[in-house]
Design a protein around this ligand. Structure first.
Ligand code: 5GP
Ligand code: ZN
Length: 122
């Protein structure tokens, strides 16, 4: 993977984590996705599953990304089992845009679990 510095492909914080240029507790990595613990966990388990490739938001996903999205969910399920929350339950969240609270413009799937959660989300 090569460094991306153009405006359309910014070298963001999650790109830097994927490429080992910013520190994070990496739990899983393969040719398509990387998973690491959230720096400000909102639950006992709070992991980010991200594409290695810079995709700015879920709104930018197309049908050609089907394999990537299924890989992200499969990795989340695998990590939920590894974290011991597969039976108790967990939540997978993708925030898109400012009103939904997206703060990092690199697609990421939150894996949250280990406590009871409310609904609807705030
Ligand atoms: P969003 O608000 O965009 O849905 O989620 C972004 C998440 O990324 C937040 O939960 C935030 O704590 C996490 N985050 C932001 N910067 C870093 C970082 O440098 N390292 C790690 N591990 N997590 C980060
Ligand atoms: Zn990025």
């Amino acid at each position: 993977m090569t460094q991306q510095t153009t405006e359309s492909q910014p070298w963001c914080i999650f790109c830097r984590i994927v490429h080992g240029q910013a520190s994070a507790e990496i739990l899983y990595q393969d040719d398509m996705v990387t998973a690491f613990r959230d720096i400000h966990p909102q639950a006992p388990t709070h992991v980010q599953i991200v594409p290695n490739q810079h995709i700015p938001a879920v709104a930018a996903v197309t049908k050609t990304d089907a394999k990537l999205l299924s890989r992200m969910i499969a990795v989340a399920n695998q990590l939920a089992a590894q974290e011991g929350i597969a039976q108790s339950g967990y939540r997978l969240v993708i925030n898109n845009g400012p009103q939904a609270g997206q703060s990092v413009n690199h697609l990421h799937l939150h894996l949250l679990g280990g406590r009871r959660m409310g609904w609807p989300p705030g």
